[in-house]
Ligand binder design. Sequence first.
Ligand SMILES: Cc1ncc(C[n+]2csc(CCOP(=O)(O)OP(=O)(O)O)c2C)c(N)n1
Length: 546
Amino acid sequence: MTGQTVAEVVGATLAGLGADHAFGVVGSGNFHVTNALVAHGVRFVATRHESGAATAADAYARVSGRAAVVTVHQGCGLTNAMTGIAEAAKSRTPMLVLAAEPAATALRSNFRVDQDALARAVGAVSDRIHGAESAVADTARAWYLATRESRTVLLNLPLDVQAAPAEATACPGAPTVHRPRASDEAVAALADLLTHAERPVFIAGRGALDARAELEALAAACGALLATSAVARGMFAGSDWNLDVSGGFATPLAAELIGAADVVVAWGASLNMWTTRHGRLVDSGAKVVQVDLDPAALGAHHRVDVGITGDVRHSADAVTAALPGETAGYRTDLVRARLGAEGRWRDVAYDDEGDASHIDPRTVSILLDDLLPRERVVAVDSGNFMGYPSMFLSVPDHRGFCFTQAFQSVGLGLASALGAALATPGRLPVAACGDGGFLMGIAELDTVRRLGLGMLIVVYNDNAYGAEVHHFGPGGHPLSTVVFPDTDLAAIARGHGCAAVTVRRPEDLAAVAAWAVGPREVPMVVDVKVAAGRPSWWLEEAFRGH
Ligand SMILES: Cc1ncc(C[n+]2csc(CCOP(=O)(O)OP(=O)(O)O)c2C)c(N)n1
């Protein structure tokens, strides 16, 4: 076809490669490329801030399993998106960021910054549309890198190159890539370990999300209990042998059972400080095995006795086939009974710390868990509060939980829920935020409302940066920099056109129950005035990581 520009060809090529959602803020520099995406059937979501665009795209990719596109204006559009890009890059989210760029000759452009350096600085890969002749190949190269190697890729589009005439030539195809299987020796070694294991535990991470059936079959054959890293939460939902999350969020029972394991196998999980409570969770005498596609991941965070390079699904299948027979392992009647009685955080007794004007964050989380539909997707911001929704709200499967915490940034929760909602139509999206994170990311409340998403936004409101208050308060430090006067978040939300309620007591949740039955045409913001007398149980673990 003739009469097209490079910008149009890039948009058309991306649509042809399979991009289906793009998130962004449109300025003059990315106007044409974004319109080309839309013209070729890509759904474009106009966020109100580029950080929200990058974060929503990241969440969309995680929850849908499909790469997402971000489109931003040159310079300041990109710098605004950097926190979300950093989170995505650290999480190896397949994401393509289309960023306009001043022409190479525009040395004095106000928008000029070193965009390549920005990407590199946060672990993203930077590439560029070099010219009209290579536009299709450049686009395809960036897309394949993002999708096949799970990378976050910045594709710079210089303005002069964008405006050049170009032809939409055929896109170079991608070869079918077969993922490597574990070697026969590795399979035999793991089968032998599991055959002799008395108390094996599997910890599955994001690299195992497509392997639930294979891991459950192997675990059943060798009597292993099933846990996940936080980002893979929900993967074993419904199993009698599910320990839920390993690490700082683990229930006392899960921590006890993982601690008593004699063999721990990490499947596509990095065994980082969160998953292992800084190495204290796994017994020093336990054999630790790690299976990962990436050899560099093996032993990177935690001691590993046996490191196995390979795809989780095929490797698990091969180990199952190599077992000489079935063993009961850790799956005793006693363990089953204890998991039934104390396997969830809500089973753990606590003293309710609510008073006339504040509700205990555990109590409100349990009540919400009961009144919300099971088909839900929960996205969590960062802060002291984050353990409550992460552990007290159950999720139906791994697509029901979105945890953008690789950069540990406050303020990503609402935009994460936005992307997760678009990836799971029909599910109730739940954004769980602290007041600090909610107010930091509030620009996307307009987006959520505008898109007509029936999202529940729960704000654990302590009028403070609670994490800092609880960390520094006991030391007698002045706290005026981290506490705030009461903010009427419900009034702010109503101003955005949302339904809203202030919750101080259990009975205040009646408004949420009424909204939850439907039709949920507008988002509901729940300003929960939480009792904040003490830190959450996992905060100490969090500050160990600083
Ligand atoms: C972008 C960013 N700025 C600052 C921090 C440091 N920080 C960690 S937790 C926190 C407080 C968050 O407050 P809020 O969202 O109200 O949650 P709470 O801790 O009160 O539960 C801050 C400021 C951070 N992690 N990310």
